[in-house]
Design a protein around this ligand. Structure first.
Ligand code: MG
Length: 228
């Protein structure tokens, strides 16, 4: 019987891709560049690659934030200040929220039945702004943002910090739910807890990582929680 749930935020509860696209459109417009499908897709690709480098321990978060704009501007042939763009982006990203399908239903269904903790690699100000706008700041039993810890998923140190704040839960009764094999699932496995991989687009898993469970709809998690 599961007692404690760690759940990822971006692209698990919130549709980060939608929020990112909206924020980026604002940034580009503000700095005088027309936002196009192509420019947004280019940014998303570069951004994802930099976060993956961070997950592998190659660069730190602060570098990711600026470097993604540096590379993006270089690829697009745009002469703008990456740090200023990042600042604007953070401002826009902290406003508004977009849910993944069935996220609100899922959160309502598990509330009160399990202890629910948010486990997110992100920036405190942005994540808090979005949680506040969604009315979710008081929903969780704990909010674990990597920028607060100085360590991030998938590192064992990040999960150890979570467990300490959860007052050392029984790992047999703890699960992590998330959309990322490289941070949520790998991290959960290394930390010795159960793993549920949320894969809404049913993208084939090309890695050696075997999540304990995989779902494409958040509501499909509910019966799994009941039986494990
Ligand atoms: Mg995620």
């Amino acid at each position: 019987m599961i007692r404690d749930i760690l759940i990822d935020l971006d692209n698990t509860i919130f549709d980060f891709s939608a929020a990112e696209a909206v924020a980026l459109r604002h940034v580009l417009t503000d700095i005088g560049i027309e936002p196009t499908e192509e420019s947004i897709a280019t940014y998303s690709r570069i951004n994802k690659a930099q976060w993956e480098r961070m997950e592998r321990g190659e660069i730190v978060r602060e570098v990711v934030l600026i470097l993604r704009y540096e590379i993006f501007f270089r690829e697009m042939g745009i002469d703008k200040d990456p740090a200023a763009a990042e600042k604007l982006y953070e401002k826009y990203l902290s406003i508004g929220h977009y849910y993944m399908p069935h996220a609100e239903e899922f959160l309502a269904a598990v509330k009160g039945k399990y202890r629910i903790y948010l486990a997110t690699n992100g920036i405190k100000e942005i994540q808090n702004g979005r949680l506040k706008s969604a009315g979710l700041l008081d929903y969780f039993d704990g909010i674990f943002i990597s920028s607060d810890f100085g360590v991030h998923k998938p590192s064992v140190a990040y999960f150890d910090e979570c467990f300490a704040r959860m007052e050392n839960p029984d790992k047999e009764k703890t699960v992590i739910i998330g959309d990322s094999l490289s941070s949520d699932i790998l991290g959960g496995k290394n930390a010795g807890i159960k793993t549920i991989y949320y894969n809404p687009k049913a993208v084939p898993n090309q890695t050696d990582l075997k999540p304990d469970f995989e779902v494409s709809d958040l509501c499909d998690i509910l019966p799994i929680l009941e039986r494990i």
